[in-house]
Design a protein. Structure first.
Length: 201
């Protein structure tokens, strides 16, 4: 786990990617959820706002950050598998491209441009928006599944909603629309209480 963008070198892709079929008209993220473990590099990323200030405190601001995450993940070829955008932090899980060191550039771009746009929206100049980010390389399938559930359910964990599928800025509803029911049920059985995640927001 790193608090800054450390270059990460991964072994070549050795697994076969299996995906669920997509229904037409799925909004936002164009890839189907992955139900097998891919050795190329699966990462969980958490980032928090400066001093945990609740800066993304409106639907407009949350949507702006979510859409920028999708934009830069696609630009840098990181395949999102789960995401949760809250008012002072976010989490996501993604499959890396061949060069996982691009994570640093992707997050730098995301944080720079989302901070500038947020400050413009609020009519402030030069305000620091983001603090550190933390990334962890997931190396076991059980850990991958547990963290998928953790991220999909993060708004419930923080008491924002009772059902994550009702929260527009996380991936639970997307998962339920696009994954086979058996996979959704499998994830629901994974416990997350022993996961060590930077999430004291």
């Amino acid at each position: 786990m790193h608090e800054s963008g450390v270059a990460l070198r991964l072994p070549p892709h050795s697994g076969t990617m299996h995906t669920f079929s997509m229904s037409e008209g799925v909004p936002y993220w164009p890839h189907a959820p992955m139900h097998c473990f891919d050795e190329q590099g699966v990462y969980m990323v958490t980032a928090g706002t400066y001093r945990k200030h609740r800066l993304f405190n409106s639907p407009e601001k949350l949507s702006m950050l979510r859409d920028m995450l999708f934009k830069y993940a696609e630009q840098f070829e990181w395949r999102l598998q789960a995401w949760a955008i809250l008012n002072n932090h976010y989490h996501f899980i993604a499959v890396s491209p061949a060069d996982a060191s691009t994570l640093k550039s992707m997050l730098s771009r995301l944080h720079e441009y989302s901070a500038k746009k947020l400050n413009r929206m609020e009519g402030v100049s030069g305000r620091k928006v983001w603090h550190n980010y933390w990334e962890s390389h997931i190396t076991h399938q059980t850990s991958y599944f547990a963290r998928l559930r953790y991220v999909h359910q993060n708004p419930v964990h923080h008491g924002v909603v009772q059902h994550a599928s009702n929260y527009e800025w996380c991936s639970q509803a997307w998962l339920e629309r696009n994954a086979e029911r058996s996979f959704v049920n499998t994830l629901a059985r994974f416990k997350t209480d022993r996961i060590r995640v930077q999430d004291d927001f």
